[in-house]
Design a binder for this molecule. Structure first.
Ligand code: TEU
Length: 555
């Protein structure tokens, strides 16, 4: 196996931290950087190699830091630059690398670039953003809709022009066709890399180059990402980012790849000489959402999940490296969405999902709290939500006559705040997250779902994650092996092989609450399989799978 084309970022297991919800040391109800530093031994124990830290830059927090006011300063809510440096050193001392979130499609409307830009049409910063005159009827220049409801254009009285914001109106889009914007972003990236950060997760990267500002046939149809992504200069910009910045550093990069089609992999990513080594694709996490209304839950089947993940494994092929995840800060909790969060099944289905995540091909991303099986939260009313996406959607649809109960049900199932409720450390007040009042409700199930209890119980989800991470580190086949799906149409079992030279691993996962026989038992004929790990006790390869049981064998 010496001829393997090894890369540290292929072998890494990444842990995503959403800082506002991780650990509060000041009692203001918001997580902070010293709170992360306090938990570094927890991360080291879990065995992760890299942390992806969601934005901690100075921000008015309309979108929890994805609206940046100053790219080179730390949000006082999270601490100081000294706190950041201490956290980074603490991570590095433990052999853990740090990926920062790079949010450069837009800034906050409070960024000094935008404050200047809106002052006058002649201001030197005017072209840092997209300004357009009103349409003939005085309305917005195009019928483009924002991802966060309403028009993507907001009128600015001062200069009588509209500015573009594909997200909230407090998030104006940067004009990447202006070379000064690119130079400023590239310099800022160097600032963080020179501090020693080890990579970037790049927010909504296919949106940087805009398509022509023309009306869409039907802005409500399909995904907005499909309407706006892949502007004509996107690959030029990414190439420049590599040449002018990334080529000088040994870093890990992953793009948020909404709208990247499976036929576009090599356009966007590759092992070497590329801005992006990899990107996240979202087909598998979209399967439970309506085609036209993505806030509406939709029934999905296991063969659809397998098909989505398998299609993407093939699409990445040898062109670029996959990145795999089942949850992040924008999605409902994995165990509630893909698993079964009823008390009888929560733990085992959380372990089942962990088994999938850590045995697929591609760098796995564990979202904070998933390692203890955190679930969606029982939001009681629309007023409980804090997320700008939910708030804007509710506002727009209530005004259009929507039923509040239906909206509550939808956002309870799919809303982003599900992933953002505070990390559950203890069964005590506010789950040990804060001594104050948390910015978003703490899930009442912290009485049974918390790090303390998980640590004390050798059979917990947490310890299972630890064992899986260790297993992945020990077996090259789990990192570099080919992925071969078995029994694609089986309704309740997801089974596949990983193959690397003579090494072969078989994974069988029962995604149902009934006992099911193992498909393709002939896979074991003539072999003496070794049980490597499973959600339940060791069992013979052909033994039926218990509800939500998953097993891994070496063949
Ligand atoms: O998300 C990209 C994005 O398009 C989201 O609107 C996503 O479609 C939605 O959240 C799913 O419900 C990125 C960040 O991950 C997100 O947190 C930011 O709000 C957004 O960009 C704007 O920066």
């Amino acid at each position: 196996m010496s001829d393997l084309d090894r890369r540290w970022w292929k072998e890494a297991v990444v842990y995503q931290i959403y800082p506002r919800s991780f650990n509060d040391t000041t009692g203001d109800g918001n997580g902070d950087l010293p709170g992360i530093t306090e938990k570094l031994d927890y991360l080291a124990e879990l065995g992760v190699d890299v942390v992806w830290l969601s934005p901690v830059y100075d921000s008015p927090m309309h979108d929890n830091g994805y609206d940046i006011r100053d790219y080179r300063a730390i949000n006082p809510m999270f601490g100081t630059m000294a706190d950041f440096d201490e956290m980074l050193a603490g991570l590095h001392d433990r052999g853990i690398r740090l990926m920062m979130d790079l949010v450069v499609n837009h800034t906050s409307s409070e960024h000094r670039w935008f404050r200047r830009s809106r002052q006058s049409r002649e201001n030197p910063y005017r072209d840092y953003y997209h300004w357009r005159p009103p349409a003939d009827d005085g309305g917005p220049p195009t019928n483009w809709r924002s991802f966060f409801s309403g028009s993507a254009w907001t009128f600015d009285e001062a200069t009588g022009r509209y500015y573009l914001h594909l997200f909230d109106e407090t998030q104006p889009d940067l004009n990447w066709s202006n070379p000064e914007v690119r130079a400023a972003v590239f310099e800022m990236m160097r600032f963080w890399l020179d501090k020693g950060v080890d990579g970037f997760r790049m927010d909504v990267i296919p949106l940087l180059s805009k398509p022509p500002f023309e009306d869409l046939d039907d802005p409500a149809a399909g995904s907005l990402h499909d309407h706006y992504a892949h502007g004509p200069r996107i690959h030029e910009y990414l190439g420049e980012m590599y040449d002018r910045v990334l080529s000088d550093y040994d870093v890990m990069t992953v793009g948020e790849g909404y709208a990247i089609g499976s036929d576009q992999v090599s356009d966007y990513a590759g092992d070497d000489d590329r801005a992006l080594q990899s990107f996240f694709q979202f087909d598998h996490v979209e399967i439970g959402r309506g085609d036209d209304d993505r806030h509406e839950p939709r029934d999905w089947s296991l063969p659809e999940l397998k098909a989505a993940l398998t299609r993407w494994d093939e699409a990445f092929g040898d062109e670029a490296w996959p990145s795999v995840f089942l949850g992040n800060h924008d999605l409902p909790r994995a165990v509630s969405y893909f698993g079964d969060d009823r008390p009888a099944y929560r733990r085992r289905s959380a372990k089942l999902l962990a088994t999938l995540l850590l045995t697929l091909r591609g760098t796995p991303y564990v979202y904070q709290g998933d390692e203890i099986g955190m679930t969606n939260a029982p939001f009681e009313s629309l007023e409980d939500f804090r997320d700008v996406e939910t708030i804007n959607d509710v506002q727009e649809r209530v005004a259009a006559g929507a039923d509040r109960e239906t909206l509550l049900e939808q956002h309870r199932a799919l809303g982003r705040d599900n992933a953002r409720t505070p990390m559950q450390w203890t069964d005590g007040p506010e789950a040990g997250f804060t001594d104050g009042t948390p910015w978003l409700l703490v899930n009442p199930n912290h009485e049974t779902v918390n790090v303390d209890d998980e640590r004390a119980d050798p059979d917990s989800v947490l310890h299972y994650y630890r064992r899986l991470i260790t297993l992945r580190h020990e077996h090259d086949v789990l990192v570099y092996g080919d992925y071969e799906l078995m029994a694609p149409d089986h309704r309740s079992v997801y089974a596949y092989r990983r193959v690397l030279g003579d090494a072969e691993v078989l994974v069988a996962l029962n995604f149902s609450d009934t006992t099911t026989s193992v498909p393709a038992p002939e896979a074991f004929t003539g072999t003496a399989p070794t049980f490597l790990l499973g959600t339940h006790a060791e069992a013979e390869p052909t033994a039926p799978l218990q509800p939500y049981e998953g097993r891994i064998y070496a063949l």
